[in-house]
Design a protein around this ligand. Structure first.
Ligand code: IPM
Ligand code: MG
Length: 351
């Protein structure tokens, strides 16, 4: 079994290092190969997703990804910016299904931005479509009739794109509490009307799952008003990006949320996928040993479960993170003082 490790920019290398230490500590006999990605790859090779990195990712059973984003690169043409690395991997490898679980760890209710009794009920998974929407539509700059410069990004979804992600959400709901909330903006957008029509159609194949629809503005409100209401949240690329950051603060910190990006390709023991924390490269604290590696460590656990079929090892990692949190090993984002390596130590010690 082979894992491609792509640390990337900012805090990416620091948090990935701790996740690799955790994997090493489990003695799973997996091979890990590191590759350059993002701004770091641009600086070394002139491209954020060099062919060698794409080949490494394609040839592995799974990818553990840190973060990309580097203020030094903000002025580059869009196709050379660090973010194109993650977008390019998701697209090139057809990783269309992004699972972002959000659950409050026992004893962590008081760290949520919400009241503890509201936060305590959070246990959802956001199923975000990852290969379409306004992210991948035609985009550019143009001059309008008045001679003014304008920017545009086309939002669209095809029926098959909505269909395949809807199946992922309904199947996930069957393993949970059998409820799907599909989030769209069908009162304004045709893309969302098609989304809604297709989701209703797919739902017919899952009579055991209850489906509701919610406009994205209302969903943003309900997510802080009564987050316990949600089980599986099915949504598009842009809305899912926004709602998952919001969900992270409901849980307590963006430093705690892991994600899996999956497609249809199967490995010997599961589904090929890319695993990454939902947070970014946090250039303001990069290199200082302050970042919380837990989201990346939890992403490694998802990797073991979904791509390598190592469920027990995944459970052990998750229990070790929960144990560290319960034991008061808290990084700055959670009001504590524990540094990146110290948190890695605490998790490894609990394995
Ligand atoms: C995420 C990130 C990415 C996204 C960026 C880095 C391109 O915000 O994974 O949520 O927008 O999808
Ligand atoms: Mg995001």
């Amino acid at each position: 079994m082979h894992i491609a490790i792509l640390p990337g920019d900012g805090i990416g290398p620091e948090v990935t290092r701790e996740a690799v230490r955790v994997l090493d500590a489990l003695n799973l006999g997996v091979t890990m190969t590191t590759g350059d990605v993002g701004g770091a790859a641009y600086k070394a090779h002139g491209h954020p997703l060099p062919p060698a990195t794409l080949a490494l990712a394609e040839g592995a059973d799974a990818i553990l990804f840190g973060a990309v984003g580097d203020p030094d690169c903000d002025a580059l043409d869009r196709h050379l910016r660090p973010e194109q690395a993650i977008l390019g991997l998701r697209k090139a490898l057809t990783l269309f299904a992004n699972l972002r679980p959000a659950k409050v760890f026992a004893g962590m209710e008081g760290h949520s931005a919400l009241r503890p009794e509201v936060a305590g009920a959070i246990d959802m998974v956001i199923v975000r479509e990852l290969n379409g929407d306004v992210y991948f539509g035609e985009k550019g700059f143009r001059t309008n009739a008045a001679g003014e410069r304008e920017g545009y990004d086309v939002m669209s979804y095809s029926t098959s794109e909505v269909r395949r992600i809807a199946h992922i959400a309904f199947r996930a709901a069957q393993t949970r509490s059998h409820r799907v909330c599909s989030v769209d903006k069908a009162n304004v957008l045709e893309t969302s009307q098609l989304w809604r029509d297709v989701v209703i159609d797919v739902a017919r194949e899952y009579p055991d799952v209850a489906l509701e629809h919610m406009y994205v503005d209302n969903a943003a409100m309900q997510l802080v008003r009564k987050p316990g209401h949600f089980d599986v949240v099915l949504t598009g690329n842009l809305f899912g990006d926004i709602l998952s950051d919001q969900a992270s603060m409901c849980v307590g910190s963006i430093g705690l949320l892991a994600s899996a990006s999956l497609g249809e390709r199967q490995t010997a023991h599961g589904t090929f996928g890319l695993y990454e924390p939902i947070h970014g490269s946090a250039p303001d604290i990069a290199g200082q040993g302050l970042a919380n590696p837990m989201a990346t460590i939890l992403s490694a656990a998802m990797l073991l479960r979904h791509s390598l079929g190592l469920n027990q090892a995944a459970d052990r990692i998750e229990a070790a993170v929960a144990g560290a949190l319960a034991g008061g090993v808290l990084s700055r984002d959670l009001g504590g003082t524990a540094g990146t390596a110290e948190i890695g130590d605490a998790v490894v010690a609990r394995l």
